[in-house]
Design a protein around this ligand. Structure first.
Ligand SMILES: O=C(O)C(=O)C[C@]1(C(=O)O)C=C[C@@H](O)C=C1
Length: 256
């Protein structure tokens, strides 16, 4: 049996399994970013002064990394969405035949601008302790991998929505024709699933964030690599709502 990653079966169970696995990536990304202090120079256009480039160090790293990854074929995979899609050259490597599972309208959905804004305005202040250790390039690289993990998770809503649509087109079609966003939102929502996601994320964050030592230590006194409630608020306030927004946007285009 082939996994969705290798291009074949998508079911509600398999896409949910994939979302669970992506939690690990996001939590490790949070842990890695929390290793560095806020390093505000990374985000300061006036500090950077990069020749022939207008913007902050993080923008410099993200734009150039995306340009390179685009050439290496990253965005050929419909699960990937760039933060600066305007600047990308086409892939120059042989292409893999990704299965066309999504409706073609999916390609026009990219909410990375909202993710970017949320990341720098809301998430970083919760995650990074104030301070400066000079590791701006490393900080920017960690920001990018965490941004990419969050973006992949949120845009995976396209796959979730397609599976739900195929499972019951008769429920979705009238709402899509009526452009009834609220009705679609209600139909695609499973409150108990969301609650399990939030609880599991907080539990994983507290397990993965533990100091592992060979002596047995009283659990409560263990040093934590970051505050696990940051992970659950990230999911509650942003990741889940944005995933649902992607699902609604996708469904609205589903019959075009
Ligand atoms: O599992 C689903 O059905 C999803 O649509 C994913 C998700 C989530 O983002 O975790 C979003 C909406 C649902 O209410 C439940 C969970």
């Amino acid at each position: 049996e082939q996994s969705p990653g290798s291009g074949n079966v998508y079911t509600l169970a398999s896409v949910r399994e994939d979302l669970v696995r992506q939690e690990d990536t996001i939590i490790y990304g949070l842990i890695e970013r929390a290793k560095f202090p806020s390093n505000s120079h990374t985000y300061d256009e006036k500090y950077a002064q990069i020749p022939h480039f207008c913007g902050s160090l993080v923008e410099f790293v993200v734009k150039n990394t995306e340009a390179l990854q685009a050439k290496a074929g990253r965005y050929k995979n419909p699960e990937e969405n760039a933060f600066f899609p305007e600047n990308l050259s086409p892939s120059i490597v042989p292409s893999y035949p990704f299965k066309q599972f999504l409706h073609p309208g999916a390609a026009s959905i990219n909410i990375n601008k909202s993710i970017w804004k949320m990341y720098f305005q809301d998430l970083l202040p919760l995650l990074a302790t104030p301070g400066d250790d000079g590791n701006y390039a490393q900080t920017a690289a960690n920001d990018l991998s965490l941004l990419q993990a969050i973006s992949r998770r949120v845009h995976y809503g396209k796959f979730v929505a397609e599976v739900k649509f195929r499972d019951s087109p008769e429920d979705y079609e009238p709402l899509i024709r009526a452009k009834d966003k609220e009705g679609l939102m209600k139909l695609l929502t499973f409150t108990s699933v969301e609650e399990s996601v939030r609880k599991r994320v907080e539990k994983k964050a507290s397990v993965f964030g533990q100091e592992v030592s060979l002596e047995s230590v009283d659990n409560d006194n263990k040093k934590r690599k970051f505050d696990p409630t940051v992970a659950s608020s990230l999911y509650k306030n942003w990741v889940i709502p944005l995933t649902k927004e992607v699902q609604v946007e996708y469904l609205l285009r589903r019959l075009d």
